[in-house]
Design a protein around this ligand. Sequence first.
Ligand SMILES: [Zn+2]
Length: 224
Amino acid sequence: MGSKPKGTGDGAGGRRVGRRAVLIGGAAAAVGTVALARDELGRLWWRLPGMEKKRVEGELDHKGAEWTSAARANWRRADRPDDYTIDRVVIHVVQGSYASALKVFKDPSHGAAAHYVVRKDGHVAQMIRELDVAFHAGNRDMNERSIGIEHEGFVDRPQDFTAAMYEGSARLTADICARYGIPVDREHIIGHVEVEGTDHTDPGPHWDWDRYMALVRKARAKLG
Ligand SMILES: [Zn+2]
């Protein structure tokens, strides 16, 4: 665990400061400050005013999804994958219908929402941009490093997990894995139940991981 922003402020940078300090003597302290700041700037420049990625209302990360925004209180603005590496996909089951998921994720008092919701017919809604941190895993580190996918249905009703839903979700997960270079395996594609410290049990014992992972691998292979 522990996905931290890329880059470090120590190491080679510090040694370069040392050599320059010898050359220019009295100005060493000032140069050191600048050189250390440079490493910080190397990963923070996009947070300066006007340097953030352009955002367009309704823009989608997954082609074919339908945009319908979650309440602003249920996610945190970020600039992934530049500020946080994205290396996990977290699979959820709503314990309700597709419509109920959209409704609660649009409710600012709910305090949680996922990036995507997949319907039984395979239709995908995107509610939060992948560059932002969605509050879906109940674990800050996992939220910062992951993309959350909710699925319509109930954990104790295997019939809710339709072929169309598995396929639509697998295409979405494969697309995410392709775009961020995430390995298609069970270390990187996990259930909410597997998140450290969670008391959630979804997607539950009826979620067919073997079937799902085979579909993700197949869809991923098609993307090249
Ligand atoms: Zn969940």
